[in-house]
Unconditional design. Structure first.
Length: 390
C-alpha cells in the first residue's frame, strides 16, 4: 500500500517532547526534559472533579465551555489585569493551550499570511502556520540574555504580516518580556494593523520582573488573542484545560474551528477548574515559593558540576551551557546523557530554531518542577556521567 500520510504533514516529524519522553522511558532515565510536574495537584481539585462526576456532569459540555468556568475566568482577568471579557462572546475553553493555539492560528490564517515568531520557538506554532498556507517569519532572541533586537523586529513586519506570536514567560529560555519590550511589540502591531496571539501558560510562574498581559496595554485589547492554561499552574497537565480570550469577531472564527476539532472539553474537569481559579490566591504562593527555591538550588547544583547556567526569570525551566562538559552538539549530547551512564533526559535547544545557522548548539533545557527526590536523582546521574568521563 502507498504511503497514507497527507503531504502537508510530511515535513514534520515527532515532536522533541514525544521523542525525548519515549527515550527516557526506554532507557529508564530520570526525566528532567518534559515540562510537567511529577508532584500531584492539590487534593481539593481531585475532590472537585470527583464531586462534579457524582453530580452528573458527565455529558457534553457546551462547545465554548461550561458557564461556571467561563465566569471564573472573566472575574479573574478583571481582578488580575483590569480586563473585561464577556463570558458569552469572548471566552472559549479548549483542550489545553495546544489546541487553543491550533484553533486560533488555523482559524485566522489565510494562504500567504505571515506570522512573526520569536526563536527559539515552541514547536507547535510553525507547523500550524505552514499547514494552513502561512509563513513563519523568525526574529531571534539573542543569547545569553535572549532579548530581541528592536530594529530586527521592526523589519520583520511587512504588508503581509497577519500577526505576531508572543510567548511570555518564554519557553524554553525562561525570559519574562519587560514592559518596554511588550510596549515595542504593541506599538508595531498597531502601526502595522496586526494581531497579537499570546501564549501565557506560565503567567503565574514568575521569579524576576512582572508578567505583562499584552491585552492590558493601550490599544491592544481588541487585537489580542490571549491563550493560557491551568495545566502548569495547578499541576494538572493531564486534564488539558486551556482557553482563549479574544474579541468577538476572533472568537467567532476560533469557535467555528474548535467545533470541528474537539467540539467540547471534558465536562467534570471544567467544573473542577472553576474551583481551581476560585482558590488561586491560596494555591499559588506556596507553589511559586517552592519553585523559586528549586530554581536557585538546582541552578547552583548545575554550576557546581561545571555547567554555565542562565537563571530563568519565569517558567520552571533552566538553560545550561554544557561546553565545559562536551564539544558535541546539543542533540548528540542530550542523547548521550539519556543513553549513557547519566540516565538523565533533557531537551536540546537547537530544535526550536528553523535553520541551523541561527541555532546555538550549546544549551540544554532542564525542568525543575519535580520532586526533590527526582531532582537529586538527576543530579546524581550527571555526577555519575562526570565521574566516568574523568
Amino acid at each position: 500500500m502507498r504511503d497514507l500520510m497527507a503531504d502537508r504533514l510530511r515535513p514534520y516529524g515527532a515532536s522533541i517532547f514525544a521523542t525525548i519522553g519515549q527515550k527516557a522511558i526506554q532507557h529508564q532515565s530520570v526525566n528532567l526534559g518534559q515540562g510537567f510536574p511529577d508532584f500531584d495537584c492539590p487534593d481539593y481539585l481531585k475532590q472537585a472533579a470527583t464531586d462534579a462526576m457524582a453530580a452528573g456532569h458527565n455529558q457534553y459540555a457546551p462547545p465554548h465551555g461550561v458557564e461556571p468556568l467561563r465566569r471564573e475566568l472573566a472575574d479573574f482577568y478583571q481582578r488580575q489585569y483590569g480586563l473585561s471579557y464577556d463570558p458569552q462572546t469572548e471566552i472559549t475553553v479548549q483542550v489545553g493551550s495546544t489546541q487553543a493555539m491550533f484553533s486560533t492560528l488555523s482559524a485566522l490564517t489565510n494562504p500567504g499570511d505571515e506570522w512573526i515568531v520569536f526563536e527559539p520557538t515552541y514547536d507547535t506554532y510553525v507547523p500550524i502556520i505552514e499547514m494552513f498556507g502561512g509563513k513563519a517569519v523568525p526574529v531571534v532572541l539573542h543569547p545569553p540574555t535572549f532579548a530581541f533586537d528592536p530594529e530586527e523586529l521592526k523589519r520583520a513586519f511587512t504588508n503581509k504580516t497577519r500577526g505576531i506570536i508572543v510567548n511570555t514567560p518564554h519557553n524554553p529560555t525562561g525570559r519574562v518580556f519587560s514592559h518596554e519590550e511588550m510596549t515595542q511589540i504593541a506599538d508595531l502591531c498597531q502601526t502595522n494593523d496586526c494581531l497579537a496571539v499570546t501564549d501565557e501558560v506560565y503567567e503565574h510562574l514568575v521569579f524576576e520582573g512582572q508578567h505583562i498581559a499584552m491585552a492590558s496595554l493601550p490599544g491592544m485589547r481588541e487585537r489580542t488573542i490571549t491563550i493560557s492554561s491551568l495545566a502548569k499552574t495547578f499541576s494538572i497537565t493531564g486534564w488539558k484545560i486551556g482557553y482563549c480570550l479574544a474579541p468577538p469577531a476572533a472568537t467567532l472564527a476560533i469557535r467555528r474551528m474548535h467545533q470541528f476539532i474537539a467540539f467540547a472539553v471534558a465536562t467534570p474537569f471544567q467544573y473542577a477548574a472553576a474551583q481551581a481559579i476560585r482558590h488561586m490566591d491560596q494555591v499559588l504562593p506556596p507553589l511559586v515559593a517552592d519553585l523559586a527555591a528549586k530554581r536557585l538550588a538546582f541552578g547552583q547544583a548545575l554550576r557546581d558540576l561545571g555547567f554555565s547556567v542562565l537563571d530563568p526569570q519565569g517558567t520552571f525551566f533552566i538553560l545550561a551551557d554544557f561546553r565545559a562538559w562536551s564539544a558535541k552538539k546539543d542533540v548528540d549530547f542530550v542523547l548521550e546523557l539519556i543513553e549513557g551512564p547519566a540516565g538523565v533526559a533533557s531537551i536540546p535547544i537547537s530544535v526550536f530554531y528553523g535553520a541551523a545557522d541561527r541555532a546555538p548548539s550549546q544549551f540544554i533545557r532542564f525542568c525543575f518542577a519535580k520532586k526533590e527526590s527526582t531532582l537529586q536523582a538527576g543530579l546524581a546521574g550527571l555526577k555519575r556521567y562526570q565521574g566516568v568521563r574523568a
